[in-house]
Design a protein around this ligand. Structure first.
Ligand code: CA
Length: 234
């Protein structure tokens, strides 16, 4: 059976980078639709129904953040944002606006491919997939419904807050979750500015789960942005 190649939408104003990226993606079995501005990109997203959007945040007409907000008001289209390395606050804002993942320029083709694959896989799992019961990577095993956590044979006892924090990361395994999103989901909307809670509890969690808490293998820090639970795939 012949499978239809997924259609990706790339919104990027830099013509050289746009060409390079679309050529690369097409050589990896994707169909690519390109747009050089936010408005053209939104049009394409509406009319061509791509499977995934790769969005440069710095656009000439409307801001990339606005593109995300527009799309999120009417669609679940998976979004990977591209940003310059020194623009952490842009990345955080993009994720808080509803982008799913990000890459900082320059990035490797391998990195981009693994993010696209992971995101398409996650979307494919969603309809009717039901809640994920358990998660395992290397030695770490988490049973969400039974609320039990193991490292190898050893059961780890977590406080309710620690468990909640870990389960938010498990539900987004492989994807970055921003400080704000974690604070909101674990402590509530009025706590989004209290990032010290997060630091303290993440420290505790690492002490219980990681062999070397200073060099975490599972609970990865995305500097200035948030945390990501390592799925061992990247
Ligand atoms: Ca740009």
């Amino acid at each position: 059976m012949e499978t239809i190649k997924p259609l990706l939408l790339l919104i990027e104003d830099d013509p050289q980078f746009r060409l390079l990226l679309s050529t690369t993606l097409e050589s990896r079995d994707y169909r690519v639709l390109t747009a050089a501005s936010g408005r053209d990109g939104l049009d394409a997203a509406r009319h061509r129904q791509p499977s995934l959007l790769i969005l440069d945040l710095g656009l000439p007409d409307i801001d990339g953040q606005q593109v995300i907000r527009h799309l999120r008001s009417c669609s679940e289209l998976p979004i990977i944002v591209l940003s310059a390395r020194d623009r952490e606050s842009d990345i955080t804002q993009a994720l808080d606006n509803g982008a799913d993942d990000y890459l900082t320029k320059p990035f490797s083709t391998a990195e981009l491919m693994s993010r696209i694959k992971a995101l398409l896989r996650r979307v494919a799992k969603l309809p009717g997939g039901g809640a994920q019961e358990s998660f395992q990577v290397d030695e770490l095993k988490i049973e969400l419904t039974r609320r039990r956590v193991f490292v190898g044979e050893r059961e780890v006892h977590l406080t309710p807050i620690e468990f909640r924090l870990l389960s938010v990361l498990v539900r987004n395994a492989g994807f970055v979750v921003t400080h704000r999103q974690l604070l909101k989901k674990v402590w509530g909307a009025s706590y989004v500015e209290h990032s010290h809670y997060l630091r303290i509890y993440m420290g505790q969690l690492r002490h219980k789960i990681e062999a070397d808490p200073a060099r975490p293998r599972y609970l990865l820090t995305e500097a200035g942005v948030g945390y990501r639970l390592n799925t061992g795939e990247n």
